[in-house]
Design a binder for this molecule. Sequence first.
Ligand code: IMP
Length: 468
Amino acid sequence: MAGLKEAASSYWREKQVSHLTGAQWGDEGKGKGVDEAAQFVDVVVRTNGGANAGHTIENEYGEFKNHLMPCGFANPDVLNVIGAHVVVDPIQLITELDDAQERLPSSPQLVISSQAPLVMPWHITRDELREKSKGDASIGTTKRGVGESYSDLALRDGFLVGDLLDSEFAEKFMRVADAQDKYMRLIDGEHLVSEVDLTWKEGSISTLQGEIYTAKKKNYLNPEEELQKYLAAADRLGPLIGNTHVRVREAFDDGKIILGEAGQAALLDLTNGTYPYVTSSHPGVSGFLISTGLGAHEVDRVIGTAKAYMTRVGEGPMPTELQDEMGDYLREKGREYGATTKRPRRTGWFDAVATKYGVQTAGITELMVTKSDILDDLPYIKICVGYEVNGQQFSSMPDFSVSGMENVKPIYKTMKGWQKDTSGIRNFSDFPPEAKEYFGQIEELVDVPISVLSVGPQRDAIVYRNDQ
Ligand code: IMP
């Protein structure tokens, strides 16, 4: 049997091009997977999303909180790429870059796609205002301006990272900021207030209207101040901006090992997830392709992280959600609180139907199962093997829009728990038989093999099946 390090190295280097994404609703532990991989691969490409993603990395230099910085940042030999399908908040990225440069012995090798959409100050304000204006129908976004930046891209009205280098950037910024002020007022319903809330005072009506409007006018942005920050960001990030498709292609042609690092997960995909309770990008293999410029035939495998139970943060359907003591138990023991927003996550039993759908639609070929150790003490564990809809039973996703998941009743199989501490296990053969049975059940239902298991937060709490 090879040592853990050899097993890890041979796993991460056995294929040239891999993508790592979440198979469920996010927070499955991708961060740990990419941290681990970053010790062995040559290139890490962040493929989608923006500062809505977040994970905490602990290494010999301390604790880092990354939202945009790819996970290979601490390894001086790794080329870190922010791909074309990532929305880049330059102010956030500089915070992370500053932190890394201050504490690491060498500055991360980083290249940022000139094609990536920028998150502008008004995107963050618009995200907040839109969520507020939706009231009970809000999605529960992370308020990082992600959806707003992608929507301006789709309108062909956005700023790209490459625009930071444009000599007319400042002029365009001020022009757009002015128009955005009006748009934000619309989203906020401010225009209504200024029209209906007029009280008569002595003086001419026109003066009176002007006075009231001025009195009520909110400042959504301070464009001059924001512009200065973006100009400083342009100076700082300028040398790091490039054509990342070309850089990735060169690495590919040189035989380098390339890893895609997704943000979010399959069931939050804009098109394939539980719309509208989704993010605005493509975490699966499609996002990898547009972010790297590689072709589908050049991807060797897609590794999906799947938690041994379900969690979800924000609104939207979650058939196996447990709003009881068991749900609280999973939340507390699993420390299920959002890395970006600190919100408590919703918790539930493993949903094989939803996970299989995520696996299929994201192109996942194998699983990294995480946090099975959280189930260690349970006398029994339920697994959702099917859905019941209007008296009809389904073993895979029924033929309806996934938003219809709101109305499904989970069908459970109850399995015996293993009731043993598995956090110290490093070889698959050492898992108790009940745990092996649980993993076997997941493989059978989701229909892809489990190749890696994570049994604790520490870096070495990991089990590679290639080690057996
Ligand atoms: P947005 O991506 O901030 O627009 O949020 C849209 C939905 O995706 C919300 O339900 C968020 O909670 C969810 N979401 C966004 N990023 C993550 C993540 O990294 N993990 C889990 N959920 C996320």
